[in-house]
Design a protein around this ligand. Sequence first.
Ligand SMILES: [Zn+2]
Length: 125
Amino acid sequence: MFNVTRRETTPESLDRKTWRGEDVAEALRCDFLDKCYLCESKEPLSFNVEHFDAHKGDEDKKYAWGNLFFACARCNNFKGADANVLDCTDPSIDVLKLIKHTPPVTPYSQNIGIEPMSNDPLGKS
Ligand SMILES: [Zn+2]
């Protein structure tokens, strides 16, 4: 996971109550460096505009720029509506220090280690 600095200007489509606009997708792609915020896949073949906090019909959450994230389709499907995930756009959370990644030992290894470095699941302490 990596920290994201989100632009302050809200894409115009959100003012028209759609989060599916091309301007929203392009703004997210740019701000998230064209990487899924969860698995860091670069230039994913299929990506979703993800609602970080599942909107569950809440109109404010559905069109809130700060609630929209760039995720690959696979991660968006795995995450689920009630997952506790670090908010990589929150400048008070240094996600790089909160997750330890251990790369594979050999090129043939299938395992990548991912460990939390904090007891707080949201990284606030
Ligand atoms: Zn992903």
